[in-house]
Ligand binder design. Structure first.
Ligand code: ARG
Length: 587
């Protein structure tokens, strides 16, 4: 049960009782929260159909509703809108049934789905940078929102681990260390378990190799040949490549762990290599892959905007398989293995054309009969100059640097006394990491997904305004109120809510409003809706905390206010968890 469904049910019954179609109540949250909580606008279309006076129809329904003590005020306004205000008693009475439940009143109205979420998408042997924050953070939040709503979800990182970059690295290592056994064609023993290089060696070697390949044709040709050999199973190169993957994955986990980002599958493009080879042969036979200027392509129809889509290149003229080809084979694999209802791709909006081509290709080869494919794009993180965010001296901002920047900013606030006044140095160092990372994630998630946003270092960790720390502060305050009163956050039967002040009413309505926000966030894959909700929840709580004394209130009021604090903390933790934000105990 939740408040909206309860109101809808009562109104439907009233329509029915008056002999009207109860499917047409048009109940929604009020446009004028200062006047009412809900409104029902169904009398207008009904009256039109029945050729009656809409106000008279509305009055008739309102009369029935007025008899229900659930509503403290029922009025007919304008041409025939019914405005409804819930009684304070009813709001208090339903708290246990609605809020003291695992999903805080959220009810699924459509059948649960099986969903694969492809997010993160980093590349092996390349340092994660600022551009890898959004796909990971937004993807994780979308995954959690779906799971909360009842979907069965599988999150896959889809590593870039199979193209020319791998061949370039092999070539560069060969040039530097030609004596390594990986390059010895006569070597039949076991290759070393330990890599003869570190992940940092790889991260510095890769840009050098990439640069060389642009000016040195012979080098590029060797890199291509090495890519080919790797893909076709060259024993030494496969062993070398396994080092790349193992070192990179270990490094990625070190970064994703503090960001609280977890993947179910750590597969990459390489995973579908064999499947892709078979797929290409089959589609060539079926005439779906055709030669085009030396390449092998799938011809596509029109784009959404009516233009001709460029063909999807499967195999380039030099024999290399393409990014889109691995994506197609991956769809085939996911369909066969998981039979999902949908696959969501949380990938930079600049790859929109790529996904349009892949999805059109998938449709053409018959992969989309049972699965819906959706690209959930996002904008870039920009600096104050509105260009992609860089370090002060114009270099690449790595993800590690970005996280340090946020943590340092939080620590600075603690050392200046803006927060963390009662913390020891040891606590400050630990808690600044939680606060910094949560601040970074919130500042990202609160923006509408598709928009670019400007990274504001100063605002990030502010405890005022719409920021992560503002929300964490409110939650920490709830924890400390309960702790001071010797209360656990677990809700019991004695927790009866009695609303007396407007701030209590506002906070209760906010708690009851979660299912509506969650549904919007789910339907639009929009974590920013949850950010909005949390921000308002924190504001409403702060107002309540200011207006409604707890300690010195009479016993019943005190108990009610403590219960309200518990419900708010409980809801706040549910929602921060959806966004993947950690909440410290103190700050
Ligand atoms: N590795 C890719 C990149 O760096 C992103 C992968 C996104 N997922 C996918 N299935 N294409 O651009």
């Amino acid at each position: 049960m939740n408040l909206s469904s309860c109101v809808k049910e009562k109104v439907a019954k009233a329509y029915q009782q008056c002999g009207y179609n109860e499917a047409q109540t048009l109940v929604k949250l009020s446009d004028r929260p200062d006047m009412s909580d809900y409104q029902s606008n169904g009398a207008l279309p009904l009256a039109k159909q029945l050729k009656q006076n809409p106000r008279a129809v509305a009055e008739q329904i309102a009369t029935v509703l007025k008899d229900d003590s659930f509503f403290s005020k029922v009025s007919v306004d304008g041409p025939g809108f019914i405005n409804l205000t819930i009684s304070d008693k009813a709001l208090g009475d339903m708290a246990d049934a609605v809020l003291n439940t695992p999903k805080g009143g959220y009810e699924r109205t459509t059948p649960p789905q099986k969903v694969v979420i492809d997010y993160g998408g980093p590349n092996v042997a390349k340092a994660l940078h600022v551009g890898h924050l959004r796909p990971a953070v937004i993807g994780e939040a979308i995954k959690r929102i779906h799971a909360f709503a009842g979907d069965d979800i599988i999150g896959d990182i889809h590593l870039g681990d199979w193209g020319l970059p791998m061949g370039l690295l092999i070539t560069e290592i060969q040039e530097r260390h030609p004596d390594l056994p990986y390059f010895d064609a006569t070597f039949t023993g076991e290759y070393p378990k330990e890599a003869p290089f570190t992940v940092h060696d790889l991260e510095t070697m890769y840009p050098i190799a990439s640069q060389k390949s642009k000016s040195d044709e012979a080098y590029l040709a060797r890199a291509k040949e090495n890519t080919h050999l790797l893909q076709n199973g060259h024993r030494g190169y496969r062993a070398l490549w396994q080092h790349f993957v193992d070192l990179s994955v270990a490094e990625m986990k070190k970064l994703y762990e503090p960001l609280d980002i977890h993947f179910d599958l750590w597969r990459g493009e390489s995973h579908v290599h064999d499947r892709l080879q078979k797929m290409i042969v089959r589609l060539q036979k079926e005439g779906l892959i055709v030669p085009d200027d030396g390449a092998q392509v799938i011809r596509l129809g029109k784009s959404k905007t009516g233009n001709d889509l460029p063909p999807l290149i499967m195999v380039k003229s030099d024999g290399a398989v393409m990014y889109g080809a691995t994506d197609l084979a991956t769809i085939e694999e996911r369909v066969e293995e998981f039979n999902p209802d949908s696959i969501l791709y949380v990938v930079d909006a600049r790859q929109a054309l790529h996904f349009e081509q892949v999805f059109a290709g998938a449709e053409k080869i018959g992969l989309t009969k049972k699965v819906k494919l959706l690209h959930l794009g996002f904008g870039t993180i920009n600096g104050k100059d509105n260009k992609p965010f860089k370090t002060r001296d114009g270099g690449v901002m790595t993800l590690k640097m970005l996280m340090e920047l946020a943590t340092d900013a939080a620590l600075k606030k603690m050392n200046s006394g803006e927060m963390g006044r009662d913390l020891t140095d040891e606590e400050k160092s630990k808690i600044s990491k939680i606060v910094g990372v949560s601040a970074l994630k919130f500042a990202d998630l609160m923006n509408e997904r598709m928009k670019n946003y400007i990274f504001d270092e100063d605002k990030l960790t502010s405890t005022e305004g719409k920021t992560g720390p503002y929300i964490l502060y409110a939650l920490v305050r709830m924890k400390s109120v309960l702790e001071k009163m010797n209360e656990s956050a677990a809700i019991t039967e004695q927790d009866i809510i009695r609303i007396q002040e407007p701030a209590e009413r506002q906070l209760m309505l906010r708690l009851y409003g979660m299912p509506d926000s969650l549904q919007t966030a789910y339907d639009n894959n929009a974590p920013h809706v949850i950010c909005d909700y949390l921000f308002k929840l924190a504001q409403d709580f702060n107002l309540f905390y200011h207006d409604c004394p707890i300690k010195d209130a009479d016993e019943q009021t005190r108990r009610s206010r403590l219960a309200l604090t518990k419900y708010t903390l409980d809801m706040g933790l549910k929602m921060t968890n959806l966004l993947g934000l950690q909440v410290p105990d103190k700050m």
